[in-house]
Ligand binder design. Structure first.
Ligand SMILES: [Zn+2]
Length: 136
């Protein structure tokens, strides 16, 4: 891994941490790319996948031919790619197309917990000077 990749991963880690604090759910690699101004979405997606299951849970979102997000699965192997199904948004019958399956992520519960634990606001060390002098 070169230094540039290392810095990219560091940026992504930092961004994920702040997103986890805000309990952001269901985000795509493109969201991370936009936030960090990165063009290489494949690299970002691969790095995000490498954080499964430590930080992230992947979601594979299947789009119907009309562009609705019809359903999601956590495991791509459980996708019913052969059987026709009916979109629960528009009612169109279709067979899921591998080119219309989008990768997204949620944070793993244990990761959100650990981020929040590490981000408890600390009492400023000068707090005792915040009182009027007369009360000291
Ligand atoms: Zn539809």
């Amino acid at each position: 891994m070169n230094e540039k990749d290392y810095l990219l991963e560091l940026d992504i880690d930092n961004l994920l941490e702040s997103m986890a604090c805000q309990e952001k759910i269901h985000f795509a690699p493109s969201y991370v790319c936009n936030k960090l101004g990165i063009n290489d979405s494949e690299k970002v997606a691969n790095y995000l996948l490498s954080l499964v299951p430590k930080k992230l849970v992947p979601l594979f979102e299947v789009e119907c031919p009309e562009g609705d997000s019809d359903f999601r699965v956590e495991n791509p192997n459980s996708l019913p790619l052969e059987e026709p199904r009916v979109c629960h948004h528009c009612g169109i019958e279709y067979v899921p197309d591998p080119n219309r399956i989008w990768l997204a992520f949620n944070f793993a519960d244990h990761y959100i917990k650990s981020v929040k634990k590490n981000n408890v606001p600390k009492t400023p060390s000068c707090a005792k000077f915040a009182r009027p002098l007369a009360l000291l």
